[in-house]
Design a protein around this ligand. Structure first.
Ligand code: ADP
Length: 607
């Protein structure tokens, strides 16, 4: 039962039980006090009634006693002294006092009734005694004879009342003493019960709450010490709930630690921690596979002992930066480590300094293979540029010489074949150039040779380059004049424009117009190439600038495209701080545009 109560209910018991007990004690004391007061009032009332009865008896005695025993003059003296008005007044007072007691009230009423008969005769008798004492004496004898039995009855009635009230007067103090004793006993019992209650509630609260809270506290200590927790507390109160949640949290924590350890142990990369002096303090098992070292061989030794000597200085600087950064962000850098077998390993380090742990937490990602691929790629590019482009260029030159008849006259059929060969060689050269550009673009080696140049010059160089092709395709080129100047690499801009105009010509129907216009707005120069070709579907308007993206499958074969031109254009324009895009309505042609910053007055780009 104690376990099923909540903390709130237990607190209510702790507070409520003593309060209820105190209320009960106060009620008993109050009732005893009230009864005592009632008893005191009853005693005092009895005394008043007794006094009133005594007054009337005294009145009667004063008036009638000794009538046959004493001498008349003495009686008369008494009559003189005594006022007959006193008896009715005292009777009235008695009646008021006993009004609440029916029996006594009846007795008083009867006494009054009898006295009312006697009183007028008595008053007459007194008057007679003033004038005719002898006659009054005779009349008094008669009066006594007439009223003595009645007075007897009155006295009996009054005595009855007196006896009753005197009994109360004797009895009441005893009852009052009983009540007072009751008050004392109640107080002592209350004190004893209070002490007992406090002890019992203390034991109950200790067992039900404090003891259980101590278990929860102990569990927090055990968790911190990485020791097994005490069994879960039983019950449904808040403490049991807290302990349950704590156990769940400890389980989740253990699971997280287990997963973290599994992640570190199974990680492909080497995860390690270093102290501020760059000595290993912990190393993940991946070091065994990647570097050939057991983690224990590394721990405690300086990281620089294992790095390629010429990389140590730069690595030291990077670690210093990571520590100076105060753990704000991870520092990434490349460095080489000498494996146990003596071979170098290219590593991409990501180091994060923890101020609280005073440790550098690092992930060393092995990029040896990637570096190898990069090296091979560079070799391939070098090979393409020298071993392929050079012979292709000389083939092109030789075909020109053949076409020019330097090696003797060529038949018409031979001329046609030669033209096709030249076209193919030019396409191959342009493909090789594109491939080299893409490689430069991706390796970040695409560089600009910036200078001030006019857009009209770039447009005119483009027209020179594409003019022949356009007339061959039966497409007319039109360029609007422009005064705009930009700070740019003119060769690269010509390359962009040639690509856009070349595409426009390639995709335009015969006898259509390709229009080149230049606009200046908001600090930018926008060059637009508008054609009447098939247009670009909306789904391709962004991706058409990705590498090898072609709208139609036939664009690679029929149109003899590689899908690289627009990607190179985008890279060049963005290197100039510009943007490139296309507006098109499918079937109604397209307008390719590129926007680059206008040249400012001091010669550089505006934005
Ligand atoms: P290539 O022209 O060598 O295929 P590009 O990157 O220059 O490569 O163009 C990619 C693709 O974009 C083209 O294959 C073609 O599908 C589409 N494209 C480019 N310009 C136009 C144009 N003016 N009209 C229609 N389609 C075009």
């Amino acid at each position: 039962m104690a376990l099923t109560l909540t903390l709130t209910q237990k607190t209510l018991i702790l507070v409520g039980v003593p309060v209820l007990f105190e209320l009960a004690v106060v009620t008993v004391l109050f009732s005893l006090q009230e009864q005592t007061e009632k008893e005191v009032a009853r005693e005092s009332h009895a005394r008043q009634v007794s006094a009133a009865v005594f007054d009337i008896i005294y009145d009667l005695w004063s008036a009638f006693s000794g009538g046959g025993v004493s001498t008349l003059p003495r009686n008369l003296v008494r009559i003189d002294k005594y006022s007959p008005d006193e008896i009715p007044r005292h009777m009235k007072h008695l009646e008021d006092l006993v009004g609440s007691n029916a029996r006594e009230y009846r007795s008083a009423m009867r006494a009054e009734f009898l006295l009312q008969q006697a009183l007028p005769r008595y008053i007459d008798l007194r008057r007679l005694a003033e004038n005719q004492p002898i006659a009054a004496l005779v009349a008094f004898g008669q009066f006594k004879r007439d009223f003595e039995p009645k007075i007897e009855v009155v006295l009996n009635a009054l005595n009855g009342i007196l006896a009753e009230e005197q009994r109360i007067e004797i009895e009441s103090p005893k009852i009052q003493a009983g009540f007072r004793r009751g008050v004392h006993v109640t107080l002592w019992i209350a004190v004893a019960m209070n002490i007992l209650l406090a002890v019992l509630l203390g034991i109950y609260f200790n067992r039900g709450t404090l003891k259980r809270l101590r278990v929860v506290l102990e569990n927090t200590r055990l968790l911190a010490a990485n020791k097994p927790l005490k069994p879960e507390l039983e019950g449904a109160d808040e403490i049991a709930h807290l302990d349950h949640v704590f156990h769940e949290m400890a389980t989740a924590l253990a699971e997280a630690v287990r997963k973290e350890r599994a992640a570190i142990e199974n990680a492909v990369d080497v995860i390690c921690s270093l102290n501020a002096d760059a000595s290993f303090t912990a190393v993940s098992p991946a070091a065994r596979k990647l570097w050939g070292y057991e983690p224990a061989e590394l721990v405690g030794r300086s990281c620089y002992d294992f790095l390629v000597a010429e990389d140590a200085g730069q690595t030291r600087e990077r670690f210093r930066q990571a520590i100076a950064g105060g753990g704000e962000a991870a520092t990434s850098f490349e460095t080489r480590l000498v494996r146990k077998d003596g071979s170098p390993a290219d590593l991409l380090w990501s180091a994060h300094w923890s101020d609280s742990e005073k440790s550098l937490f690092c992930v060393a990602h092995d990029i040896t293979e990637r570096k190898e691929v990069e090296r091979m790629k560079q070799e391939f590019v070098a090979m393409v540029s020298h071993d392929l482009r050079t012979p292709l260029t000389s083939i092109q030159a030789m075909t020109s010489m053949f076409a020019d008849g330097i090696y003797g006259p060529i038949s018409e059929a031979g001329r046609e074949v030669l033209a096709r060969v030249r076209g193919n060689v030019m396409r191959l050269i342009s493909l090789v150039n594109d491939l080299l550009d893409v490689e430069k673009m991706e390796s970040g080696h695409l560089q600009l040779n910036l200078k001030s140049c006019s857009l009209s010059e770039i447009v005119s160089r483009c027209l020179d380059a594409v003019g022949g092709y356009a007339s061959q395709q039966g497409v007319n080129l039109q360029a609007d004049p422009s005064e705009a100047r930009v700070y740019a690499d003119p060769d690269r801009l010509v390359q962009v424009l040639v690509n856009l105009v070349g595409n426009a010509v390639k995709f335009s129907p015969r006898d259509s117009l390709v229009r080149i216009s230049v606009l200046e707005q908001d600090g930018f120069v926008e060059t637009r190439v508008q054609d009447s070709g098939p247009g670009i579907p909306s789904a391709y308007r962004e991706s058409v600038f990705d590498k090898f993206k072609q709208v139609r499958a036939s664009d690679a074969t029929e149109k003899k495209g590689s899908g690289l031109g627009l990607a190179i254009c985008k890279a060049i324009v963005e290197l100039h701080g510009g943007t490139i895009g296309v507006e098109s309505e499918e079937g109604k042609g397209s307008t390719f545009w590129f926007r680059i910053p206008l040249q400012s007055d001091n010669g550089s780009q505006t934005p």
